[in-house]
Design a protein around this ligand. Structure first.
Ligand SMILES: C[S@@+](CC[C@H](N)C(=O)[O-])C[C@H]1O[C@@H](n2cnc3c(N)ncnc32)[C@H](O)[C@@H]1O
Length: 264
């Protein structure tokens, strides 16, 4: 639950605006049946449930029970009762139901071992004529930020830090499209029509508090997960110094959003 709470602390700055940008393009309609894959704490699922209304339904699925619990809390906090929002702690790649008007996946497909096979499986959940919306990080997102973090962990994190950075650099990076055109083409390869991809630029101003929250609330927190409190504090200080020295005053949170339609 600790990581899920740190994740949720970034709702306003990171997850909500990106989900809103996606929902504006996936356009959930009154009465529709929607699958929200990798829903996290509900940044796209909750507004989608409001848009489909009580005659529609949203199956929102995340592997993490903590995320699902936070999505439930979000729905209670932000909305009138939403019986149409059905939250499930499950692996979306094993989700069997089909017949969805819309399947959307915000910042999720790159967690699949094989993103293309996973996306294909999500597309198979659509009814004929249904639409698929997917949001990916743009290649520029967090580029300088993560480099400064790795350098700070290497400089101050001791052996555990060096091992974490080596593991991070050696990790298998799943292959996903890196431009709007490539995303549109990728969606076409999944059997979708009228595909389009769009770069949605977004930058946020950093301060000392936010820069560390962006470390702890996202997957790069693994870089400092094995450090003791004292070492982590030294890394945080060095990281802030490096950001200042390198003139990194903003974080790049740009995304690429794609939409395509299954032939009717
Ligand atoms: C970066 S978060 C994005 C969450 C949310 N869509 C948002 O944008 O705020 C990715 C989420 O995908 C979930 N996830 C990864 N693989 C999954 C799978 N196979 N089935 C369901 N959820 C998955 C993770 O648990 C995590 O909560």
């Amino acid at each position: 639950m600790e990581h899920a709470r740190a994740f949720a602390e970034l709702d306003e700055v990171v997850w909500d605006p990106i989900s809103m940008a996606t929902v504006l393009r996936s356009s959930p309609q009154f009465g529709e049946l929607v699958l929200d894959a990798c829903c996290g704490n509900g940044a796209s699922a909750v507004p989608t449930a409001e848009l489909v209304g009580p005659s529609g339904a949203v199956d929102a699925i995340d592997l993490s029970e903590s995320m699902i619990e936070l999505a439930r809390e979000r729905a209670e906090r932000e909305s009138a009762p939403l019986p149409q929002l059905r939250l499930h702690a499950a692996d979306v790649l094993e989700w069997e139901p089909t017949g969805y008007d819309l399947v959307q996946c915000v910042l999720g497909v790159f967690f699949f071992l094989d993103p293309e096979a996973g996306a294909r499986r999500l597309v198979e959940r659509l009814k004929p004529g249904g639409r698929f919306a997917v949001t990916l990080w743009a290649p520029s997102a967090f580029e300088e930020f993560t480099k400064a973090l790795c350098d700070a962990v290497e400089a101050e994190g001791g052996e555990a830090g060096s091992e974490a950075v080596a593991a991070y650099r050696d990790r298998a990076v799943p292959s996903v499209p890196e431009s709007p055109g490539a995303l549109a083409q990728w969606l076409g390869g999944l059997g979708l029509e009228q595909t389009r991809g769009e770069l949605v630029p977004r930058h946020v101003d950093l301060d000392d508090d936010l820069s560390w929250r962006l470390v702890m609330g996202m997957s790069r927190s693994r870089l400092v997960a094995d450090l003791n409190d004292e070492t982590r504090e030294r890394v945080a200080t060095r990281f802030r110094e490096l950001l200042a020295e390198r003139g990194i005053t903003r974080a790049d949170l740009s995304t690429i959003i794609g939409v395509g339609h299954l032939p009717a």
